[in-house]
Write a protein that binds this ligand. Structure first.
Ligand code: KIV
Length: 295
């Protein structure tokens, strides 16, 4: 299976084929996304909020990002994996930035990194990409600057946004995330750039779209931004399953005989036609045991 690369993404932009991207933080969901054909998985520092339960992304560390990126990348045969540079991993010096970006490629199977900022981080983007590491930029609403922006606010300064977009492209970014900006501005930027734009809360004209997995699969019970569409209600399903388990344990309905091991054979105690979906060796043995006379 051919891995998605920066070349694949450039081709998609040229041919006006939309790019799909999602965040993921663990092996099972990354496997589902890879098998479903998502082009890019961003192991976002949003994990500080959706996985760790924080109010912002600021406390996430490099080691935490490496851990999550490693287990996501292990699942991806086709999907491109991008590791997100956390707060203070690239702001302190260009040397720190290159070293930390390098960790994503040396210690995980990610093939690119993302960092936040426009013109102000161009020196860093240029140094990292000169080291052979593809960099995805991220402009507009940049959550690591939440205190500077005075909250998670839509960004509307078109002149500045366009200047940032052109600057990150010139510095060598292979793509740019446009977050929380009006659709018309995102359209103008997408038309002005030769690198793909990936939108989140930036309207339909971007070259691709990304959503945070917990928001779009309905795992979060808290606030979900207006731009999110919920494609599933996994939180509700999980809640139902958890409540059913609690009820059955309390009522003594779980475990039933088919969930218990037989002392002699070590096999499940009785063949239960309700729970059998596949014919396996264990299934076959169970059927034989079921019809054997009791000793
Ligand atoms: O950290 C993240 O998940 C992100 C996306 C919202 C683009 O930066």
């Amino acid at each position: 299976m051919k891995k998605v690369t920066v070349t694949t993404l450039y081709k998609k932009k040229r041919e006006k084929e939309k790019i799909t991207a999602m965040t993921a933080y663990d092996f099972p969901f990354a496997t589902l996304m890879d098998e479903s054909g998502v082009d890019i998985i961003l192991v976002g520092d949003s994990l500080g909020m959706v996985i760790q339960g924080g109010h912002s992304t600021l406390h996430v560390t490099m080691d935490e990002m490496i851990y999550h990126t490693r287990i996501v990348a292990r699942a991806c045969k086709r999907t491109m994996v991008v590791g997100d540079m956390p707060f203070m991993a690239y702001q302190t010096s260009v040397e720190d930035a290159v070293r930390n970006a390098g960790r994503f490629l040396k210690e995980t199977d990610a093939s690119a990194v993302k960092l936040e900022g426009g013109a102000s981080v161009c020196e860093v983007i240029s140094a990292i990409s000169s080291a052979g590491i593809p960099v995805q930029a991220h402009i507009g609403l940049t959550p690591q600057s939440v205190h500077q922006m005075g909250g998670f606010k839509v960004q509307r300064d078109e002149e500045r946004l366009m200047a940032d977009a052109l600057a990150v492209q010139a510095a060598g970014a292979f793509s740019v995330v446009l977050e929380g900006i009006p659709s018309g501005i995102a359209k103008a930027i997408t038309e002005a750039l030769t690198i793909p734009t990936i939108g989140i809360g930036a309207g339909p004209h971007c070259d691709g779209q990304i959503l945070v997995m917990h928001d779009m699969l309905g795992i979060n019970s808290g606030h979900v931004p207006k731009f999110v569409k919920k494609y599933a209600q996994l939180g509700e399903e999980a809640r139902k399953g958890i409540k059913a388990f609690i009820g059955e344990v309390k009522d003594g309905d779980f475990p039933a005989p088919e969930h218990c091991y037989d002392k002699e054979s070590g096999l499940p105690q009785r063949f239960n036609p309700r729970s059998s979906g596949q014919i396996t060796a264990a299934f076959f043995l169970n059927v034989c045991i079921y019809f054997l006379p009791e000793p």
